[in-house]
Design a binder for this molecule. Structure first.
Ligand code: PAN
Ligand code: ZN
Length: 191
């Protein structure tokens, strides 16, 4: 039997720092394939390869019964006209859900179901977005401050990044006249 002891982590509600935690960082070079404007991505990489987002995980076993949890901090920025975003994934165990609780900033949570429906939810401080089973998910920072949110998911859900990397999302989020707008992804491949 697993007799793990209960424990706290402490989350800074403004910065998203989670302690103690394990940090994963993603720079433009790690996510360049996701953006339409490859030239703009290469230019950013040459000029210092800025940080796009960080994920800080609480130390929980990736086993059935446990709840994985982490904060994500997406920095403000754009590649060409597209806002900074997370890689996006669907869960390897497709029938697992997730909750994103937004602490700071302004975002869009893009989702696509295995049936091909898509949805976009606004993220703002206090929004708690429910991602049902069978929906892939990607987050976009459409504001001028870091977008900070706390995620809770079945610890054994797993992450499938390859499908989204191959097919892309149906929509991308771009800045037009100072507004964040969703447009069709010109690089979307058929499923
Ligand atoms: C989140 C995401 C996190 C980073 O914890 O993993 O926001 O996004 P990517 O994993 O797409 O890089 C989650 O959805 N976990 O299942
Ligand atoms: Zn997830």
């Amino acid at each position: 039997m697993n007799c793990m002891k209960p424990f706290n982590v402490v989350i800074n509600l403004k910065s998203g720092e989670l302690s103690p935690g394990k940090r994963v960082i993603r720079r433009v070079s790690d996510v360049k394939a996701l953006f339409v404007d490859k030239e703009a991505a290469e230019k950013l990489i040459r000029s210092g390869d800025p940080l796009v987002y960080e994920v800080i995980y609480a130390d929980v076993p990736e086993e059935e019964g446990h709840l994985g949890n982490c904060t994500t901090i997406i920095y403000p920025g754009k590649v060409g006209e597209e806002f900074f975003l997370t890689k996006g994934h669907r869960h390897e165990k497709l029938g697992t859900a997730e909750i994103y609780f937004c602490l700071q900033g302004k975002g869009k949570l893009l989702m696509e179901s295995v049936d091909g429906d898509w949805e976009a939810l606004d993220m703002f401080p206090g929004s708690a977005s429910y991602i049902p089973p069978y929906w892939s998910h990607r987050t976009v920072n459409v504001g001028t401050e870091p977008l900070v949110f706390y995620c809770i998911f079945p610890a054994d859900a797993g992450h499938d990044y390859a499908t989204i990397e191959r097919e892309g999302f149906p929509k991308i989020v771009v800045e037009r006249n100072g507004e964040a707008v969703l447009i069709d992804n010109p690089n979307r491949k058929g499923c």
